[in-house]
Design a protein around this ligand. Structure first.
Ligand SMILES: [Zn+2]
Length: 144
């Protein structure tokens, strides 16, 4: 990986020295920060979350994930805790560089669809575990 250099004269960031902006010779070289990936998907896919988190860690990246697996634990999916967890997850999306959608079997539930819409609006890069469904498929899932 090419390392970015920060110029101590003008604060500019670049890859070459002297600084292309001010021709300054004082610079610091630092390792690029690890990418932050936020996992989104139904909490019924516990194994997919665990596998993705492991893969992301092994790539040297930071994984933001769900705090608990509501579907597996039998959390009231219409209750206040679920609503708060959904809002909290949007704050995790705020922090990330990339959203990874765990659309196991093509499934994207209502909460996940909301998160994808939010991430899209925030200009985040979005990647899918499985080939991306058509928009009409997402709408059909929302009706369930
Ligand atoms: Zn400079």
């Amino acid at each position: 990986m090419k390392r970015k250099i920060k110029c101590l004269e003008c604060g500019g960031i670049g890859y070459v020295k002297p600084c292309p902006a001010c021709n300054g010779e004082r610079y610091v070289e630092y390792v690029n920060k690890p990418k932050i990936v936020c996992l989104c998907g139904s909490t019924r896919f516990k194994e997919a979350f665990e596998k993705a988190e492991r893969d992301i860690a092994l790539r040297g990246e930071i994984c933001l994930t769900v705090g608990l697996f509501g579907h597996v634990e039998g959390l009231d999916m219409k209750g206040i805790d679920k609503a708060n967890l959904d809002v909290l997850h949007l704050r995790k999306i705020d922090l990330c560089d990339e959203v990874m959608v765990l659309n196991v079997g093509g499934y994207i539930g209502k909460s996940t669809a909301n998160e994808v819409a939010y991430a899209t609006g925030s200009g985040k890069k979005i990647v899918y575990l499985e080939p991306r469904p058509f928009a009409r498929d997402i709408k059909e899932e929302e009706k369930k």
